[in-house]
Ligand binder design. Structure first.
Ligand code: HEC
Ligand code: HEC
Ligand code: HEC
Ligand code: HEC
Ligand code: HEC
Ligand code: HEC
Ligand code: HEC
Ligand code: HEC
Ligand code: HEC
Ligand code: HEC
Length: 329
C-alpha cells in the first residue's frame, strides 16, 4: 500500500507542548511559512490510521529513541548528520527521523509495517521534493521550476540523507562525478585539450551552475551574457574599460569562448581567431556591419595575420579605441 498523502508538513512531528521554543526557532532559522498553524491544531484521532501527514497528532510521534531500537545502524549513522544540529540545540528533540518520515507510531505498532511509514526512496519525485522543501524552500524556492525539478530529478537524485559519500552537503557523490552520472554528454567536454579544470578539482560545476535552479537559462548563477558568472574569477576581463568591446557586454563571453572545454587554446570557439572576428567584422563592402576594417592590415586574401596580434586587448582597453596593446598605440 502506498501512503495516500505525502509528508507535506514534516515539522509537525514535534509536540508543541513539549518544546515551546522549537517552533519559533525553526521559523527563525528556516524562515516563516515553514510551519502550518493547522498542523499544530490538528485534533488527536482525526486522521486515518497510519497517516504520517499534516493531520498527525502529537501522540502519533514516537521519537528518535524508539526508531533507534529497531534501526540501530541508521540511527548511529545519523549522529553526524547536519540534521542533528537543531536537535542538539533543543535537548535532542529537534529535526529527527519523523521530520522526514512522518509520524511513526503506526509503523512501530505494526511491528515495522512498511506501508505505514513514508520512505522517500519509494516515493515520487514530487512527494520527496515537497518533504524536503517543507523546510528548505526558503533557499531553494526555484527548484520546481528548474530543469532538474521539471525533469523529475528530485532532491534525492543528488542528495542522500543516510548514505551520502560526500558528507559536507549530504551529496550522493562528490562533484563532478555526481553530475556526470547523468550528464554523460557534457563529460567529454572536460576532457578536451583545453578545458576548465573541473576534473582536476580547480573549478566546480556549481561555481557556474546552481543545480537548484536560478532565474537564468541553463541554471547559471548569473547570466553569462552579463558576464557575472565568468568575471567572478576572471576579474581582469570585467572592466569597466574606457573603450569597451561592446560585444563582451551584449553577447557575453560565450560569443567567443566555450564555457566547458574545446579543442582550441583559450577555449576559443573557433580554431582560427579571425573566423570569430569576421563573423561580425566582415571586410566585405557589401556586407558591412560594425566598423568593417579596411587597409592592408585587414586584407585577408594576401595576408592572414591573427587579428589579435594588433588588437590585443580584445576584452576592452583603457588605452585606445582599437584595443591595441600599448606598443602600437
Ligand atoms: C519495532 C521495530 C521498528 C521500529 C521501532 C521502527 N521500525 Fe522502521 N522498520 C522496521 C522494519 C522491520 C522495517 C523493514 C520492513 C521490511 O523491510 O519489510 C522497517 C522499515 C522502515 C522504513 C523503510 C520502509 C520501506 O518502505 O522500505 C523506514 C523509512 C522506517 N522503517 C523508518 C522508521 C522510523 C522513522 C521509525 C521511528 C519513528 C521506525 N522506523 C521505527 C521496524 C521498526
Ligand atoms: C532529512 C530527512 C531525513 C531524516 C531526518 C531521516 N531520514 Fe531516513 N530517509 C530519508 C531519505 C531521503 C531516505 C531514502 C534513502 C536515502 O536517500 O538515503 C531515507 C531512508 C530511510 C530508511 C530506509 C533505508 C533504505 O535503505 O531504504 C530507514 C530505515 C530510515 N530512513 C530511517 C531513519 C531513521 C531511524 C531516522 C532517524 C535516526 C531517519 N531515517 C531520519 C530521509 C530522512
Ligand atoms: C524538518 C525540517 C527539515 C526537513 C524536512 C529536511 N531538512 Fe535538510 N536540514 C534541516 C536543518 C535544520 C538543517 C541544518 C541546517 C544547518 O546546518 O544550518 C538541514 C541541513 C540539510 C543539508 C546540509 C546543509 C549544508 O549546509 O550542507 C542538506 C543537503 C539537506 N538538509 C537536505 C535535505 C533533504 C534532501 C531533505 C529531504 C529528504 C531535507 N533536507 C529535509 C531541516 C530539514
Ligand atoms: C542536480 C543535483 C541536485 C539536486 C536535484 C538537489 N541538490 Fe541540493 N545540492 C547539490 C549540490 C551539488 C550542492 C552543493 C552546492 C555547492 O557546493 O555549492 C547542494 C547543496 C544543498 C544544500 C546546502 C547548501 C545550500 O545551498 O543551502 C541544501 C540544503 C540542499 N542542497 C537541499 C536540496 C533540496 C531540498 C533539494 C530538492 C528540493 C535539492 N537540494 C536538490 C545538488 C543538488
Ligand atoms: C566556467 C563555468 C561553467 C562550469 C565550471 C560548468 N559550466 Fe555548464 N555551462 C556553462 C555555461 C555558460 C553554459 C551555457 C552555454 C550556452 O548556453 O551556450 C553551460 C551549459 C551547461 C549545460 C547545458 C548543455 C547544453 O548543451 O545546453 C549543462 C548540462 C551543463 N552546463 C552542465 C555542467 C556540468 C555537469 C558541469 C560540471 C562538470 C558544468 N556544467 C560546469 C558554464 C559552466
Ligand atoms: C539524476 C540525474 C541528474 C544528476 C545527478 C544531475 N543532473 Fe543536471 N539534469 C538532469 C536532467 C534530467 C536535466 C533536464 C534535461 C536536460 O536538460 O538534459 C538536467 C539539466 C541540467 C542542466 C541544464 C539546465 C537547462 O536549463 O537546460 C544543467 C546546467 C545541469 N543539469 C547541471 C547539473 C549539475 C551541475 C549537476 C551536478 C551538481 C547535475 N546537473 C546533476 C539530470 C541530472
Ligand atoms: C571558479 C572560477 C572560474 C569561473 C567562474 C570561470 N573560470 Fe575560466 N578559468 C578559471 C581557471 C582556474 C582557469 C585556468 C587557468 C589556468 O589553467 O592557468 C580558467 C581558464 C579560462 C580560460 C583560458 C585561459 C587561458 O589562459 O588559457 C578562458 C578563456 C576562460 N577561463 C573563460 C571563462 C569563461 C568564458 C567563463 C564563464 C562561462 C569562466 N571562464 C568562468 C576559473 C574560472
Ligand atoms: C570578441 C570575442 C571575445 C569575447 C566576447 C570574450 N573573449 Fe576572452 N578572449 C578572446 C580572445 C580572442 C582571446 C585570446 C587572446 C590571446 O590569445 O592573446 C581571449 C582570451 C581570454 C582569456 C585568457 C587570458 C587573456 O586575457 O588573454 C580569458 C581568461 C578570457 N578570454 C576570458 C573571457 C571572459 C571571462 C569573457 C567575458 C567577460 C570573455 N573572455 C569574452 C576573445 C573574446
Ligand atoms: C559577436 C560580434 C563581434 C565579434 C565576434 C567581435 N566583435 Fe569586435 N565589435 C563588435 C561590436 C558590436 C563593436 C562595436 C562597434 C561600434 O561601436 O561601432 C566592436 C568593436 C570592435 C573594435 C573597435 C572598433 C572601433 O570603432 O575602433 C575592434 C578593433 C574590434 N571590435 C575587433 C574585434 C576583433 C579583433 C575580434 C575577434 C577577436 C572581434 N572584434 C570580435 C562585435 C563583435
Ligand atoms: C597588423 C595589425 C592589424 C591586424 C592584424 C588587424 N588589424 Fe584591425 N586595425 C588595425 C589598425 C592600424 C586599425 C586602425 C585603422 C584606422 O584607424 O583606420 C584597425 C582598425 C580596425 C577596426 C576598426 C575599423 C574602423 O573603421 O573603425 C576593426 C573593427 C578591426 N581593425 C578589426 C580587425 C579584424 C577583425 C582583424 C582580423 C581579421 C584585424 N582588425 C586585424 C590593425 C590591424
Amino acid at each position: 500500500m502506498h501512503r495516500d498523502r505525502p509528508v507535506t508538513q514534516p515539522s509537525n512531528y514535534a509536540a508543541p507542548g513539549k518544546m515551546p521554543g522549537l517552533r519559533a526557532c525553526l521559523m527563525l532559522i528556516l524562515g516563516a511559512g515553514v510551519l502550518s498553524a493547522t498542523a499544530w491544531a490538528a485534533p488527536a484521532g482525526a486522521k486515518p490510521a497510519g497517516a504520517q501527514t499534516r493531520d498527525a497528532a502529537p501522540g502519533d510521534f514516537v521519537g528518535e529513541e524508539t526508531c533507534a531500537t529497531c534501526h540501530e545502524e541508521v540511527a548511529k549513522g545519523f549522529a553526524s548528520n547536519p540534521h542533528r544540529k537543531l536537535a542538539e540545540a533543543h535537548g535532542k528533540t529537534g529535526v529527527t527521523c519523523e521530520g522526514c518520515h512522518g509520524a511513526g507510531r503506526a509503523h512501530v505498532e505494526g511491528g515495522g509495517d512498511k506501508s505505514k511509514i513514508f520512505n522517500p526512496a519509494a516515493a515520487t519525485a514530487e512527494e520527496v521534493d515537497k518533504t524536503c522543501l517543507g523546510c528548505h524552500q526558503g533557499k531553494h524556492a526555484n527548484f520546481e521550476r528548474s530543469a532538474h525539478g521539471e525533469g523529475n530529478v528530485s532532491c534525492i537524485g543528488c542528495h542522500s540523507v543516510h548514505a551520502g559519500t560526500d558528507k559536507e552537503h549530504l551529496l550522493k557523490l562528490a562533484q563532478p562525478t555526481l553530475c556526470f552520472q547523468c550528464h554523460t554528454d557534457v563529460k567529454p567536454q572536460f576532457s578536451m585539450p583545453f578545458h576548465h579544470k573541473v576534473n582536476e578539482g580547480l573549478v566546480q560545476c556549481t561555481d557556474c551552475h546552481d543545480p537548484h535552479g536560478t532565474f537564468e537559462k541553463k541554471g547559471l548563477k548569473a547570466a553569462a551574457q552579463q558576464d557575472m558568472v565568468c568575471v567572478k574569477c576572471h576579474t581582469e576581463t570585467a572592466g569597466p574599460f574606457v573603450y569597451e568591446h561592446a560585444v563582451v557586454r551584449t553577447e557575453g563571453c560565450t560569443a567567443c569562448h566555450f564555457p566547458h572545454g574545446g579543442p582550441n587554446p583559450r577555449l576559443l570557439n573557433r580554431a582560427n581567431v579571425n573566423t570569430i572576428c569576421l563573423q561580425c567584422h566582415t571586410t566585405s563592402p557589401n556586407f558591412t556591419t560594425f566598423g568593417a576594417p579596411t587597409g592592408p592590415a585587414h586584407n585577408q586574401a594576401t595576408q592572414y595575420q591573427s587579428c589579435i596580434i594588433c588588437h590585443a586587448d580584445i576584452h576592452g582597453s583603457n588605452v585606445g579605441q582599437h584595443f591595441f596593446n600599448t606598443n602600437l598605440q
